[in-house]
Design a protein around this ligand. Structure first.
Ligand code: FMN
Length: 359
């Protein structure tokens, strides 16, 4: 008997499992389609895609499956305040450009504010769910999602953020615990203060809001899913577990780093993007954050633009020491396998864990 919740019934899912949006190339159409065909919900992380790429990614998923899928964007942020002199930031990363055989770094272009065009493409993508992180989706955009009858999901890292999202009318809330891989969704206060673990965060959010809660952060197997449901969550959202699937679009060097890493091998860093994110510790992180030079890191998304050529070249050259190896803390539970096998295994493990506890 598969585990059913208010969310699985509402979204027509066989399992209370969501594949996290994995902006940066992890969530290929092959991955998303395999996940939804296996009875879970898959997301396209569209934050770094152009409108044309969003249309193409959604078409590619739709060509592989008729089942519902989701799409995700970062909420629009105020323009970053760049320091008047960008030279120290450029000089800081220049040696990595040289080592990878790249021409010297250039001043990163100010973000174009492409949200409106991305959002229009996401609305027209055929996705049945829209999720967002990094902030609050503007009221007009929330209304547009609802008018399309798409299921609206926001991301919270504290109870206050969850309350703000509920008040704004979201249909469900992803609670992102501090174990989570990738960028923090924090928008209501201090990043450090909002580092609350999944085990502590989920029941406090469940008690505070009336909408379904989706637990996220450090969940990698059926035991974690059963635990999240016991805490009152209606589903889980998993990122790192899907990154080592055969269909995931990250370089093999990244998958190998996850498969070889241990629970204490990650930390929070601003080195790659300027916004706190959890990834496997590597040379780039350590050298950019060395005492005395860390203040040369530009604010998000300027640092992200500045380091993109490094990450792209490192991916081509298979050099994990220069990649942003976003990953959560439950690393030893990672497996290389087809996504359909992962979803089936997660569902069976979760059901077995619940049955074991019921005995
Ligand atoms: C490589 C990577 C990319 C991610 N990209 C996004 C994204 O685009 N949008 C989003 O809402 N969350 C994103 N996340 C965060 C996930 O939604 C989720 O919070 C996290 O993966 C949960 O922790 P876990 O990795 O331990 O499962 C990303 C996570 C990873 C590891």
């Amino acid at each position: 008997m598969s585990l059913q919740t208010v969310l699985t019934r509402r979204l027509g899912l066989a399992h209370p499992i969501i594949q996290a949006p994995l902006a940066g190339g992890g969530d290929t159409p092959e991955l998303v389609a395999a996940v939804v065909e296996a009875g879970a919900l898959g997301f396209i992380g569209a934050a770094y895609l152009t409108p044309a790429q969003i249309v193409e990614a959604a078409r590619a998923v739709g060509a592989r499956t008729k089942r519902p899928f989701g799409i995700n964007l970062f909420a629009p942020l105020p323009a970053p305040e760049a320091p008047p002199d960008l030279r120290p930031a450029l000089e800081r990363v220049a040696p990595f450009y040289t080592e990878l055989g790249l021409a010297p770094p250039e001043v990163p272009a100010s973000p174009r504010g492409a949200f409106d065009e991305q959002f229009a493409a996401a609305l027209a993508s055929g996705a049945s769910a829209f999720s967002f992180t990094f902030g609050m989706l503007p009221a007009g955009a929330r209304e547009a999602v609802k008018a399309r009858r798409m299921f609206l999901i926001g991301t919270a890292t504290t109870v206050d953020e969850a309350l703000a999202l509920e008040k704004a009318g979201v249909d469900a809330i992803v609670t992102q615990g501090s174990e989570a891989g990738g960028h923090r969704g924090t928008f209501g206060g201090d990043f450090d203060a909002a580092m609350v673990g999944t085990m502590a965060l989920v029941p406090q959010v469940v008690d505070a809001v009336g909408v379904p809660v989706i637990a996220s952060g450090g969940i990698m197997d059926g035991r974690g899913i059963a635990a999240a449901l016991a805490l009152g969550a209606s589903a889980v959202q998993m990122g790192t577990a899907f990154l080592t699937c055969n269909e995931a679009g990250v370089p093999d060097a990244y998958k190998d780093a996850i498969l070889g890493a241990r629970e204490h091998d990650t930390r929070m860093t601003r080195a790659f993007s300027g916004r706190p994110a959890r990834g496997i510790i590597n040379r780039f992180m350590v050298e950019v954050e060395r005492a005395g030079v860390a203040d040369t890191i530009l604010p998000f998304p300027l640092q992200n633009a500045l380091t993109r050529p490094i990450r792209n070249a490192a991916a081509r050259q298979g050099r994990a020491e220069f990649l942003s190896l976003w990953a959560g803390q439950a690393l030893r539970l990672a497996r290389r396998q087809p996504a359909a096998d992962l979803v089936a295994r997660l569902a069976a493990e979760a059901e077995a864990a619940v049955a074991r506890l019921a005995k």
